[in-house]
Design a protein around this ligand. Structure first.
Ligand SMILES: [Zn+2]
Ligand SMILES: [Zn+2]
Length: 490
């Protein structure tokens, strides 16, 4: 895969703006501004924890608050609407209204991004094992008797099936995630389950399929028994064994994943622009994400997809927001494939999870599991230069007394150095949300300084354990460090 400095591929030379054509064509600076404004409004939505139905402001108020043109505001509104973050009501008493974010749009954006990272079946199963073990434990502790009954009913129904279907199989996993009552785990398991399904429908004979069907039905039954009886350690162990077996089976049957189209949600109820964007995204994935390649001119794409100019432009807006592609104007222009950015994904996922009332304990539960697995990978993989880089980060953070976002840098670097793109992406979302739940300046001195000093000490200890290549100690120090967080968070 071609690598570019982040964002470089999506930045057009300044003089190309002059080439923007017809009067009804939104100019390029406007589209970039709109993207930025949509991000701004999304983070404002999270910061203020507005309830669904709240009017954030009338058009006139928003134009003044964000100091943008009407064209830019309307453009940003369309992007926010795609993720279901807001709706817009025109006329008196109207304005930008907080809406119920769309699971489908968020899941799709995360899936497309992970596909770009070339996530492997091994990466997906490692992330699944980690998250679903946490989930099995939490479900055992928190499931209501109603939820337990639904799980048992599902096991019963699945046992009677004669066909192996990845979607049917995955339902029980999503039900367990729902019983664990952790919205981030639910979102991540949904994404991971769909992506793993790209390796299913293997080319084996009927008897092989029915053997696999029986094995997974048996595993599900044992798992639900452990959850029902309240044995969280056993539930965790059985989930681990089931996913290990599933990963081995999928890996032994199919070398390369099948099309992304087959595992995305049905497109029936999507808006036309969103549907076209999705067709283009699937096409980009299928071509191996050729950064810099021109997919076609505006008129060629209109013809190819059989849509109106308005629908295509709506699709392009979304692709530009996700940094998947950008429309270069002019006679030699067209829709160019770019390197996607992780930022819009983090924003969309965070808005969605805040809407689902994610709590500090959910974030830390998942972070403990994911970061202790991530650090184990880092101990194995890190070069001396990587470790030197980690030391520089902790020194930089000490210099500013761990005030602000610099305190998170070590966690983000460890996530990236793990080399597992799914774990790295999910940790970025969780660290971002943890920061939103941090109390900021509300902790008085001297407690505040004491907390910062403790973070510094913990971070130094974590890097020492990585440098000593001591997996067990590194895991322990990371876990202890994260366990101290919840009381400090909102
Ligand atoms: Zn299963
Ligand atoms: Zn820390």
């Amino acid at each position: 895969m071609t690598t570019h400095p982040r964002g470089a591929a999506s930045t057009l030379p300044h003089d190309s703006r002059a080439a923007v054509g017809t009067p009804e064509h939104e100019s390029l600076p406007d589209r970039k501004l709109a993207s930025r404004l949509a991000s701004q409004i999304m983070s404002d939505l999270q910061a203020s924890q507005w309830a669904v139905g709240t009017v954030i402001g009338s058009e006139a108020e928003l134009l003044e608050r964000y100091e943008v043109s009407r064209a830019v505001l309307r453009e940003a509104e369309r992007l926010l609407e795609h993720f279901g973050a807001t709706t817009t009501k025109r006329g008196p008493g109207g304005g930008l209204i907080v809406a119920e974010p769309s699971t489908g749009a968020v899941v799709q954006a995360v899936m497309v991004y992970l596909t770009y990272t070339d996530v492997s079946l091994g990466d997906l199963m490692a992330a699944r094992t980690c998250i679903e073990r946490t989930v099995a434990r939490a479900a055992t502790l928190h499931a209501t008797e109603e939820q337990v009954n639904a799980l048992r009913q599902r096991v019963h129904t699945d046992k009677a099936r004669h066909e192996l279907d990845a979607n049917d199989h995955h339902v029980l996993h999503t039900m367990i995630a729902a019983a664990a009552n952790n919205p981030a785990a639910e979102l991540f398991i949904d994404v991971l389950g769909r992506l793993t399904a790209r390796w299913s429908y293997p080319l084996v004979d009927a008897s092989g399929r029915s053997e696999a069907l029986e094995a997974s039905a048996r595993a599900h039954e044992l798992l639900v028994d452990a959850i029902t009886s309240g044995n969280s350690a056993m539930a965790e162990r059985r989930m681990n064994a089931h996913l290990t077996a599933l990963g081995d089976w999928l890996g032994s049957n199919r070398q390369s994943p099948r099309s992304l189209e087959g595992v995305l949600e049905p497109a029936d109820d999507l808006k036309l622009g969103t549907k076209v964007a999705r067709l283009i995204m699937v096409d980009i994935v299928e071509r191996g994400w050729p950064i810099g390649e021109i997919l076609g001119s505006e008129s060629r794409l209109i013809e190819q997809y059989g849509v109106s100019r308005a629908a295509l432009r709506e699709a392009v807006r979304l692709l530009e927001y996700l940094r998947v592609a950008t429309m270069k104007p002019g006679p030699r222009g067209g829709l160019i494939v770019t390197e996607p950015s992780v930022e819009p994904i983090i924003e969309a996922a965070s808005v969605f999870l805040e809407y689902r009332h994610i709590e500090a304990r959910h974030l830390i539960d998942l972070r403990i599991g994911l970061e202790s697995d991530a650090i184990a990978l880092v101990v194995e993989r890190a070069t001396d230069a990587d470790i030197h880089g980690l030391r520089t980060l902790t020194a930089d953070a000490t210099r500013v007394h761990y005030e602000g976002s610099v305190a998170d840098d070590l966690h983000l670097r460890i996530a990236d150095l793990s080399g597992n793109p799914a774990i790295a992406l999910f940790l970025r979302v969780l660290v971002h949300l943890t920061r939103l739940h941090a109390p900021g300046s509300s902790i008085p001195e001297p407690r505040r300084s004491a907390i910062h000093a403790e973070s510094g000490h913990a971070h130094d200890g974590i890097v020492d354990a990585i440098a000593a290549r001591d997996v067990a100690l590194a895991r322990r120090r990371m876990m202890k460090h994260l366990e101290l967080m919840p009381p400090v968070l909102r």
